[in-house]
Design a protein around this ligand. Structure first.
Ligand code: SF4
Ligand code: SF4
Ligand code: SF4
Length: 273
């Protein structure tokens, strides 16, 4: 019985460890609250998943996504977009956005892959409400756009520093608002155009420049028990990210695209995943 709930308990312990460590080392109670809340939200989603609740992942995604967008972003004026990361990096402050990136998008993926994309991202939180849950068209070869967006975000912030722009905090807040509006507009347009909720993630999102290489080494990944698998192909048909799920190698097709949504696991008729 307890073994069944090991995974949510382990995630809670990992996040509490981060929460307490940052609280004590940075002498700031916010980190205790922040990472405890995120840990509890993730554990709640995993718990509901084990209890076979259909929308378990969406519960975590909404709890974390809304908190980050509305509370951290809008109420606390923290730019957690990639521009915010560059901004804090250039100012040399290991705070807010830099810590967030280190945990969720740079070192965290070594453990939980692109769990961020499945359970926390506020852009995908909205895109996942759209009706194209399974891609309606084959993948396009336009993934290079993410590198252009990545470079543009870096150049934008570097230019602000070089120009010694005044009131940078305010600029970053407005960059957060405009950036999010643009992301949602482009994300929804692409989803409709390509009949694919996750088209933005596949072709545009600059964060994947960090996420993809790090998640290649992820500890947690979907594995296929080849003794049970009957090669029915259902897992690949339901995968929103076109992952070749039955290939267990790290080099499997679109392997670094997996967002750990467990749709393949839920749909496998042989419990092979
Ligand atoms: S790829 Fe980007 S937009 Fe998509 S879920 Fe991940 S971080 Fe969010
Ligand atoms: S759904 Fe299950 S049985 Fe079918 S191909 Fe995938 S892993 Fe194999
Ligand atoms: S369906 Fe499976 S392989 Fe595809 S993204 Fe979700 S967890 Fe990963």
């Amino acid at each position: 019985m307890m073994k069944k709930y090991f995974f949510p308990a382990a995630m809670l312990v990992i996040f509490e460890t981060i929460a307490v460590t940052l609280w004590l080392t940075k002498d700031n109670l916010f980190y205790l609250f922040n990472f405890s809340y995120i840990g509890c939200s993730i554990a709640a989603g995993l718990f509901l998943f084990i209890r076979k609740y259909k929308h378990a992942r969406r519960v975590t995604q909404l709890l974390v996504g809304m908190y980050m967008l509305l509370y951290l972003g809008l109420a606390c004026n923290e730019n957690m977009q990639i521009e915010g990361f560059w901004y804090y990096l250039f100012t040399g402050v290991f705070e807010a956005a830099t810590i967030h990136y280190a945990v969720a998008k740079i070192f965290g993926p070594l453990i939980f892959g692109r769990g961020w994309c499945g359970y926390a991202c506020w852009t995908a939180m909205v895109l996942d409400f759209l009706p194209y849950k399974v891609p309606g068209q084959p993948r396009k070869k336009i993934g290079w756009i993410r590198y252009v967006v990545f470079a543009a975000s870096l150049i934008f912030v570097a230019a602000l520093f070089l120009a010694r722009a005044g009131n940078m905090e305010k600029i970053m807040f407005w960059a957060f608002i405009v950036g999010n509006v643009l992301y949602y507009a482009v994300g929804i347009a692409l989803a409709v155009l390509f009949k694919d909720n996750r088209a933005f993630c596949k072709y545009i999102c600059p964060i994947t420049v960090f996420l993809k290489p790090m998640s290649y080494f992820a500890l947690l990944r979907i594995q296929c028990d080849t003794n049970k698998c009957v090669s029915c192909g259902k897992c690949k048909r339901v995968c929103p990210m076109d992952v070749d799920v039955t290939d267990n190698s790290r080099k499997r097709k679109n392997g670094t695209e997996c967002i750990l949504c467990f749709e393949c696991v839920k749909n496998c008729p042989r419990n092979a995943l």
